[in-house]
Design a binder for this molecule. Structure first.
Ligand SMILES: Nc1nc2c(ncn2[C@@H]2O[C@H](COP(=O)(O)OP(=O)(O)OP(=O)(O)O)[C@@H](O)[C@H]2O)c(=O)[nH]1
Length: 215
C-alpha cells in the first residue's frame, strides 16, 4: 500500500514546482463507467479529482473535460443549470472513447465565487438579474476561476495535448496559455430546460460560449 506522504514526496521530487500534490489513488466504479480516481490537493487546500479511463500513453490527443464543481447541479439535479447532465455526458464520453480524463474542479463552485454566493446570486436572478449581473451586484467577479491547478494535474497525468469537451472559449484559452494545446473542441449535449434557458442564453450572449443550438 502506498501512503499519502510517499505519494506526495514522490511527486514533489519529480516536479518541484508543481502547485498540487497527489494524495490518493483508487478504483472508482460508477454508473457511467469504472475510473481510476486520483485525488490532488493544492497548497491552499483546494482538492481536485481526476477520473481517468484507459492508458493515457504518450499523453497526445487525450479527451478531457474540466468540470467546475456545482453542488446544486451535479448532486441535487438542479434544473437551473446544465452541469449535472454535462458531467455525466463527459464521464460516458471518456468511457466510450476508452481513454480520457474528467477533472472535477473543487473550489470552482459558482464559477469560483462559492456555493453560498451562488445561492445569493440565484436570489437576485429571481428578481430579474441575469447570471452575470447577479455576480456584479454582489460585488463579485463574473468568473473567478483559475486553471493553474488543473493544468498541473494534467501535467502530472502526462497529458500533453487535448480534445476538450466544453462550450467555453475561456477554458480553451486557459489551457493554451498554460502550454497545453487544445487540438479540438468537442460539444457536449445541451440539456435545455425552462429553468435554465436564461442561464444558457446569458452564457452564449454575454460570456461567449459556443451554444448555437440554444434558442
Ligand atoms: N455564479 C454563478 N455560477 C453558476 C450559476 N449557475 C451555475 N454556476 C456555476 O457555473 C459553473 C459552470 O460554469 P458554466 O459557465 O455553466 O460552464 P463552463 O464550465 O464555463 O463551460 P462548459 O465547459 O461548456 O460547461 C459551476 O461552477 C456552477 O456551479 C449562476 O447562476 N451563477
Amino acid at each position: 500500500m502506498t501512503h499519502t506522504a510517499d505519494l506526495g514526496s514522490r511527486l514533489q521530487d519529480a516536479h518541484p514546482s508543481l502547485p498540487v500534490v497527489l494524495v490518493g489513488e483508487a478504483r472508482l466504479p460508477t454508473t457511467s463507467g469504472t475510473f481510476r480516481a486520483l485525488a490532488y490537493r493544492q497548497a491552499d487546500g483546494v482538492e481536485y479529482l481526476a477520473l481517468v479511463t484507459g492508458d493515457l500513453g504518450d499523453g497526445h490527443d487525450v479527451l478531457v473535460r474540466l468540470h467546475s464543481e456545482c453542488l446544486t447541479g451535479d448532486v441535487l439535479g438542479s434544473l437551473r443549470c446544465d452541469c449535472g447532465p454535462q458531467l455525466h455526458a463527459a464521464l460516458e464520453a471518456i468511457t466510450a472513447e476508452g481513454r480520457g480524463v474528467v477533472l472535477y474542479l473543487r473550489g470552482q463552485e459558482g464559477r469560483g465565487i462559492g456555493l453560498a454566493e451562488k445561492i445569493a446570486a440565484y436570489a437576485l436572478q429571481e428578481q430579474g438579474r441575469d447570471t452575470v449581473e447577479a455576480n456584479v451586484d454582489l460585488g463579485l467577479p463574473v468568473d473567478a476561476r483559475d486553471y493553474t491547478g488543473a493544468v498541473a494535474v494534467l501535467r502530472d497525468l502526462g497529458v500533453r495535448d487535448v480534445e476538450l469537451m466544453t462550450h467555453n472559449p475561456v477554458k480553451v484559452r486557459a489551457l493554451e496559455a498554460h502550454g497545453v494545446p487544445v487540438l479540438r473542441r468537442r460539444d457536449l449535449p445541451v440539456a435545455q430546460t425552462v429553468d435554465n434557458l436564461r442561464y444558457l442564453r446569458t452564457k452564449r450572449d454575454r460570456m461567449g460560449h459556443e451554444l448555437p443550438g440554444v434558442d
